[in-house]
Design a protein around this ligand. Sequence first.
Ligand SMILES: [Zn+2]
Length: 156
Amino acid sequence: MVDEAPEKRFILDVHLGRLAKYLRLCGFDSLFSAFFNDREIIEEAVRESRVILTRDRLLLKNATAATGYLVKSQYHEEQLREVFEALRLREHVRLFSRCITCNAVLEEVKKEEIADRLLADTKKYFSVFRRCPGCDRIYWEGSHYDNMKKSLASLL
Ligand SMILES: [Zn+2]
């Protein structure tokens, strides 16, 4: 039987920016803006069937038509563990598939196409690259991901 669970999508409140980056690193569609107000978060959650992640009990109380999860910890690594367990995310993880900055799905890009943007060592030691169609950032396994992946190791 194929896993037909719908894609897990989130919208996070203003306190959860770090968590949003980690969820994106794991491939989850995670909307976050420091400028969303409560009403916008709720409307967006309903419109796009997103799960609200928040540390604000009141926000969830008002979000009657949307689903949500109240994040208890104030530390991002603990938050990630909480959310992973509560929403059973582990088997849906797709590392290195989404931009941690703007949430867009990354595209594969040939090394030749971006060679002029890479440092000599990066060019020498890495061969798989992805580009963000949203903000044009270049990603490779040794980049921003390295430290974040260490924090994830115990979860995955
Ligand atoms: Zn991006």
